[in-house]
Design a protein around this ligand. Sequence first.
Ligand code: SIN
Length: 278
Amino acid sequence: MRNRHIEVSPLAGALGAELGGVDLSRPLPEEVHGEVLDALHEHIVIFFRDQELDCAQHQAFASNFGPPIEHPFTRGLDEWPETIEIIRSPGEDYNWDSKFHSDLMFLEAPPMGASLYALEIPPYGGDTLFVNMYLAYETLSEKMKEVLSGLRGVNESGPPSGYSTPGAMAGKQGEPMFASHPVVRTHPVTGRKALFVSPGFTRRIEGMTEDESRPLIEFLCSHALRPEFSCRFRWSAGAVAVWDNRVSLHRAVPDFFGEVDNYRRVMHRVTIGGDRPI
Ligand code: SIN
């Protein structure tokens, strides 16, 4: 795809591209907006470096992809409830996203994506990994694709208290949430099919017990997590990532804690509303 207004540098063979020549603090001109959306649809996760955004600018940028929404279990900033501050502090063994996941799969309409903006980054570690779920689907055998066709996964949030951490990320009251979605979903823009299961949220196949479902879910998740379907982003302060949550998994690597590596990592995330998967 030829871009006339932005530079696109792929990060890995599977997914991910850094975009240059875009100032996210200002409204995106129409042609730039079109090229950024095309890059997201082609590369699934796009990255920008050296941005300076206040909360209003970050939310306005995220709105280029869809409506910002509040997180059901993590409290947003007082004046910007759709922006959550993800903080990992020295000595904390807590890990907000310890498993690969697609965000909020337990909602009836899970997010289309999210924009993550780095404010404070450790000198090493704290990268984020992303996985291409189109590739995870496309590399299955035709027989396995037949087996999956029509199956629905039951996705559970787990306890709401798992989304907050004392002194850093405030939680919201609530009951655990559940949603059933197709195990294979079709992207509304590209028309491509992608696996829609995750180790973080998918507990069972609808109509089957957890014991019956486990081997299939474990196989699909371990297949999806093959390194050649992934990319890894090294953060710098001022970097922004936007991912298409419909066709990717992600997780942060919490490798900068403990006696020696006493660093903080602070990110602002705006979650972007999506549609019911089909
Ligand atoms: C997230 O799961 O939304 C956060 C990822 C990260 O902090 O790198």
